[in-house]
Design a protein around this ligand. Structure first.
Ligand SMILES: C[S@@+](CC[C@H](N)C(=O)[O-])C[C@H]1O[C@@H](n2cnc3c(N)ncnc32)[C@H](O)[C@@H]1O
Length: 312
């Protein structure tokens, strides 16, 4: 198994646990967003991530489990300005909140797909769609690096705090471009780093699974979008997620005349990723609780850079 495969499995395990925290028999009455968040982070991040980014009007008549499972860092609906009749794809749809809201917005003439790799999340999202009575939705199993939809079949790609989790970001950006119709657009929420932060400094601020260590910087995002052919790209910071790192809105369009994505040589920086984090403390914790001189002892004699296995 490559390090990237290991990291992907780690992400899948953590989000499966988050889905179970919401969807377990205890249900909405005793599980809250913090329970789901606790599965992906050991910090209280409920003021940065979760359902607080939606208006009461938006969430009022959604199934409680869809709202409780909200683990995003924004509200891509507010970003994408969806219109009646559009076909929408949500990358990393989780418990389905953005798919259900999109489906409502595009109406019966439109359609909303959710794509997620985690069975437990798909099960939760499909149950939520039934509870919501949504008929113009479908939740697909798959990876955002290899979208199981034809070329030029989608008008708007949305995503809420997922692209930072990908171990192959160039593939995700190229796939978004491929599935969009010409003049199609992206309206994405994601965590984005200020340009001066190195991958190691990003990893010091939080773990990979809690959407911090794998974040692109603003200029990396813009370069990646341009490299696969997007036009009019912008990254707008909305609120701070960690020092020098922000929840952000990312918009771009596929030019009218575009067909196939151009070959790209753009490579995302390698995150200082925490494979094996699950049995260790977060990279944020370890930077404060593991002095370099103590690392050999607390990490069992292995050499560890910041962001890898920690001191618990
Ligand atoms: C931070 S949660 C966000 C869920 C949802 N967008 C929301 O706002 O609540 C990340 C979701 O993306 C999924 N995910 C992460 N990496 C993925 C990948 N490479 N391919 C498909 N799904 C992925 C996880 O299973 C999880 O459901």
């Amino acid at each position: 198994m490559t390090q990237s495969d290991e990291l992907l499995e780690h992400v899948r395990d953590r989000y499966a646990a988050a889905a179970k925290a919401v969807g377990s028999g205890s249900g909405a009455s005793c599980c809250g967003p913090t329970d789901a968040l606790a599965s992906i982070s050991d910090r209280d991040e409920s003021d940065i991530f979760g359902a607080g980014r939606y208006t009461a009007e938006q969430t009022g008549d959604l199934p409680a489990e869809a709202v409780l499972a909200s683990l995003g860092c924004g509200n891509p609906l507010a970003v994408a300005e969806l219109r009646e009749g559009e076909r929408v794809l949500d990358l990393g749809s989780g418990g389905g909140i953005d798919v259900l809201l999109s489906a409502r917005r595009v109406g019966d003439a439109g359609f909303a797909y959710g794509l997620d790799m985690t069975d437990e999340m798909l099960e939760l999202a499909r149950a939520n769609a039934i509870k919501a009575g949504a008929t113009n939705v479908e939740f697909l199993k798959g990876q955002i690096e290899q979208i199981p939809l034809p070329d030029a079949s989608i008008d708007v790609v949305i995503s809420n705090c997922v692209i930072n989790l990908s171990t192959d970001k160039p593939a995700v950006l190229a796939e978004m471009f491929r599935v969009l119709t010409p003049a199609g657009r992206i309206g994405i929420s994601d965590v984005v780093a200020e340009d001066h932060l190195s991958p190691a400094e990003r990893a010091e601020r939080g773990s990979y699974v809690s959407c911090i260590a794998g974040a692109l910087s603003e200029s990396e995002y813009l370069a990646g979008l341009a490299a696969v052919g997007f036009a009019d790209a912008e990254v707008v910071f909305t609120h701070e997620a960690a020092p020098g790192m922000h929840a952000a809105v990312i918009r771009a369009t596929k030019p009218e005349g575009a067909t196939a994505p151009p070959a790209t040589t753009w490579t995302a920086p390698l995150a200082v990723a925490a494979v094996g984090e699950s049995s260790c403390c977060s990279s944020g914790d370890q930077s404060s609780c593991c002095a370099p001189s103590a690392k050999a002892e607390c990490c069992g004699g292995h050499a560890h850079v910041s962001g890898s296995c920690g001191c618990r």
